[in-house]
Ligand binder design. Structure first.
Ligand code: PMP
Length: 362
């Protein structure tokens, strides 16, 4: 493993080495089965076990209360931007409210508007998506079909610091880039969804956690593949699910539980990693994008005094085995994605490089 570099990619992102090693060991033949996870039937006893165990592990890690269902879908979080309004907005005669806190929130509301009335209840554009609203700021519709939020904006690097409360309509949360990074009060949500390729596994599977009474609102005439109720009824097995991707999510959950010790421990580690980088951002020369009260613990975004210096930073970082630090073109600058599997050592190496770069160029 010595030839691995520090991968700060926003997703697909770094995976825990023990997970990669187990997947490697089992790649040609699963123990006792002689078939690999890439080849085995989704109707096999083995996969039945993986599916049930992954749901049980997620339930335990997130302390999901009774009355919720978990499904594993394809199409990424982008499909959810359409599937959610198809299932929960269409035909309700009510609007849905969207809190737009960055690029992903924008995409979510744009897709919803194709399905029905979707209001922008709050938009952080005036502040270049550098902050999040307080509880009273969004203009909420009384009795909205639902309120949609993005708990962590991957591109801008803003994150709700705690589960937000916005009115009494069901809260629907795109948690893609912070899922499993800290404990969540699931009972506060009608639905939480996350594509796996950041904290929960590899591209190809999206985890959806839905409150069962919210599911009752799904209209009867949806195409089956886009119908949450049908997906729940068939336990994610209506069609062939992404077997290998779900197996990796299973290994990640086990890693979180047995090697990390759960989400409270994971959150402590993540806080410390983020602290190390924001401390460097705050010591002059660098300029953080997110306002301090809304800073993401997953995606640390900052600028340098000039674009030339930003280019030099990215290039020189690679000499220290620090990769994928270029910010998204819409924000510019630098973005260090430090998801669960990014080790503290990797963050320390980046911190030293930031200090050294500032001394040389500041
Ligand atoms: N929402 C958020 C917050 C994201 O970070 C991403 C992916 N970067 C998406 C949605 C879209 O996910 P996918 O590419 O799996 O459709």
């Amino acid at each position: 493993m010595s030839d691995r570099v520090c991968n700060f990619s926003p997703g697909p992102a770094v995976l825990p080495v023990p997970v990669l090693e187990q997947a490697q060991r089992e790649l040609v033949a699963l123990p006792g089965l002689g078939i690999s996870a890439l080849e085995i039937s989704h109707r096999s006893k083995w996969f039945e076990g993986v599916l049930a165990e992954t749901k049980a592990l997620l339930t335990e890690l997130l302390a999901i209360p009774a009355g919720y269902s978990i499904v594993f879908l394809q199409g990424g979080s982008n499909l959810q931007f359409s599937m959610i309004p198809m299932n929960f907005l269409r035909g309700t005669g009510k609007p849905a409210d969207y809190v737009v806190s960055g690029t992903w929130g924008q995409k979510a509301v744009q897709e919803a508007q194709k399905e029905g009335p979707a209001n922008v209840a709050w938009d952080g554009k005036a502040d270049n998506y550098s902050r999040l609203p307080n509880a009273g700021e969004p203009k909420l519709t009384p009795d909205a079909a639902y309120v949609h939020i993005t708990s962590n904006e991957t591109i801008q690097g803003v994150q709700f610091q705690a589960d937000p409360a916005f009115g009494s309509s069901p809260l629907v949360c795109d948690a893609s880039s912070e899922f499993l990074s800290r404990p969540v009060n699931v009972a506060q949500y009608g639905m939480i969804y996350a594509c796996a390729q950041k904290n929960a596994g590899i591209a190809g599977v999206t985890v959806c956690i839905l409150r069962n009474d919210f599911l009752e609102r799904v209209p009867a005439d949806l195409p089956t593949m886009l119908d949450f109720k049908a997906m729940v009824k068939n336990d994610s097995l209506y069609n062939t699910p992404p077997v290998f991707a779900i197996y990796i999510t299973n290994l990640i959950c086990k890693w979180l539980q047995s090697e990390v010790g759960g989400l409270t421990k994971m959150a402590e580690r993540n806080r410390e990693k983020a602290r190390l980088l924001y401390e460097a951002v705050d010591s002059g020369f660098y300029r953080g994008h997110a306002q301090p009260a809304c800073r993401s613990q997953m995606n640390v975004t900052f600028r340098l005094p000039s674009e030339e210096l930003e280019k030099a930073f990215v290039k020189q970082a690679e000499k220290h085995q620090l990769y994928e630090l270029k910010g998204h073109r819409s924000v510019g600058g630098i973005r260090a994605s430090i998801y669960n599997a990014m080790p503290l050592e990797g963050v320390k190496t980046l911190r030293s490089f930031m200090d050294e770069f500032r001394k040389r160029n500041g």
